[in-house]
Design a protein around this ligand. Structure first.
Ligand SMILES: [Zn+2]
Length: 183
């Protein structure tokens, strides 16, 4: 499973593990092991960890609370009270912490609960700062992934040029070709 990390924030990348939140929703975390894979590929952990079915259910519950809360913010609405409680519960738990070894190397390890606590805290950090003003939904209608627009001009429309930006360009090019050929 190849996950995508283009959102600029871990909590937003995590929200993206439910793809295409429109008519063709696609759940990427279909197995507990995949949560561990996601965290390793995200660079949050050096090696895979044990994830139970309950951990996965909690992760998905937290992910949806993260997503709803960001959307509420983008739409200038209050977050749902249950989501607020859940996010506060998780963010107050012990988080993943890197460890320095005597050799000078570092280790990033932890438990599934610490992983979820870190993701909840990342969202709260995002909401507390000014970056939240630059969080957008990808303009590609099949994607709508959340991402942080870190461009200087704040004029990014796509979650990634390698993905949706190119697709949109190709579609626009084909539309122009069709128009100019008169068919
Ligand atoms: Zn996109």
């Amino acid at each position: 499973m190849k996950f995508v990390y283009v959102s600029g924030r871990r909590c937003l990348d995590f929200a993206g593990t439910m793809r295409h939140r429109t008519s063709t929703r696609e759940e990427l975390l279909t197995d507990p092991r995949l949560l561990s894979d996601w965290a390793v590929q995200a660079g949050l952990l050096d090696a895979g960890i044990d994830v139970t079915d309950d951990d996965l259910a909690a992760a998905i519950e937290l992910r949806e609370a993260i997503y709803r809360t960001v959307i509420a913010r983008l739409e200038l609405r209050r977050p749902q009270a249950a989501d607020v409680d859940l996010l506060n519960q998780w963010s107050s738990q012990p988080q993943l912490t890197p460890r320095l070894l005597r050799t000078g190397a570092t280790r990033r390890e932890g438990t599934a609960s610490q992983l979820l606590a870190s993701l909840a805290a990342d969202l709260l950090d995002l909401l507390a700062g000014t970056d939240i003003e630059n969080v957008k939904r990808c303009a590609h209608p099949d994607c709508i992934r959340l991402y942080l627009d870190a461009s200087r001009a704040k004029n990014r429309h796509w979650c990634g040029m390698g993905t949706c930006g190119n697709k949109a360009k190709v579609q626009a090019f084909r539309a122009r070709q069709r128009a100019s050929s008169g068919s």
